[in-house]
Design a binder for this molecule. Sequence first.
Ligand SMILES: Cc1ncc(COP(=O)(O)O)c(C=O)c1O
Length: 482
Amino acid sequence: MADAGLVRHMQLEGFIDEIAKRAVNYIESSEDKSVSTIDYVSYNSRQKTTDLKLPLEGRGVDRVLDDIDEFLKQCVRTNSGSFMNPLWGGLNVTAFAGEVISALTNQSMYTYELAPLATLIEQTIIKRISEIMGFSDGYGTMTTGGSNGNMLGMLCARQSILPLSSKIGFDGSKYAAFVSSESHYSVLMSANVVGIGHQNVFKVACDDKGRMNPESLVEEINRSKSEGLIPFCIIATSGTTVRGSFDPIRELAEIAHRESLWLHVDAAWGGSCMFSSKYSHLMDGVDLADSVCWDAHKMMGMPLICSAFVVKNKNILRNICTHGDVAHYLFHEDSKEVDLGRYSLQCGRRNDALKLWLAWREIGDSGWAKMVEDYCHLAQYLEEKIIQNDHLEMMSHRQWSNVCFRYIVENEELDLNKLNTEIRDRLFREGEYLVSRSNIGENVILRPVISNPMTTTEVIDGFLQRVIHHGNEIISSIPENQ
Ligand SMILES: Cc1ncc(COP(=O)(O)O)c(C=O)c1O
């Protein structure tokens, strides 16, 4: 028996060692210039060339390691400093450890009974984020992301205007929500789920810096009323997806209070500004809002998923998550006040708070402040390089670490949208620098985002050099008379 136990132990240790070795190689390869960020292979050929079959008979543990190797080989290297495409990147090793421990211990967050310390840790995170937002008695829950946080915000707004709606339902056709024309698409999905429908989300015009215009908001509210709708919710964005713009929350709150509307703030991307005394003014007035969502899996660099939703009035969240007392197999009277499952729309739920708690304790508030300021400083470096270069043009005022620009030429005949689309395609096929291709109005732009601890001035210089190289090459390949 003892021998069998020893063999099992050695097998387990050997397997875990193999995984650990691969993790270390993968992490360290983020600095290896010979490894590309993306090795583009089309969907069809990847499907043809990868063994994906689920076998009748198991293939054994050694083949598991082969499958892991193949997976690691085919991944987009989101931990490379050249990965500046979405609003996140890099790898926080402490948070990675937290993620491993969460999977290892597999606590489900619905009850204190089954997730004792994890419950206290999540409550600590939620309380701290509530305090940061100025909600001294706030409460909340970890969610699956900003999309879900926006949906919860809209659902709370519905509950606030129709306190019985969670029980008797909701006639969505009569209600109107208001968001900036540059808000995230998840707001439309929220409108669908909450029951008001896309067409009752009013997109409010922004100023030239991408911020919701308060006067236009008032006009839209009045227009909705004249069309027979009942306004119920304003969603402000702190850090828009493309430009990184921050809506003027204080002014929007004044309108929300005057009109008795719920004010939710989508701070999925920009929420981290609250750590820095230099940038927290971007969310001035957030304490006047009713709810906020914040993705720690964006700028704070937590591995997906890690996101918080906080609300000023705890009871509203409790009411939208109410399920009566039907789940007698899970929830009991004596733990009513501590079970997080009474404040979530999920049943089984991952322990997403642990990694954030570990990382937060490691670096403290001051570490997050430094992170924000370093990223914005690097974004400023990129902006300055763009301004100094005659081939490049900033396409929006920069408020945050989104840098929106394009390659330009002095030839009015040339279609700059096509040119910039082709530059981005070439960057993508080349496989080193990954940035988003987005639109501002009618214009195609390139949008690198600084939100990755591995991104440096050297990476930025190399990236701009490749943009100019591809731009020049495309121009020189066009026949003279075109
Ligand atoms: C402003 C904004 N809100 C919400 C979201 C959605 O967040 P998630 O991907 O965590 O659902 C995003 C995603 O990029 C975003 O940029």
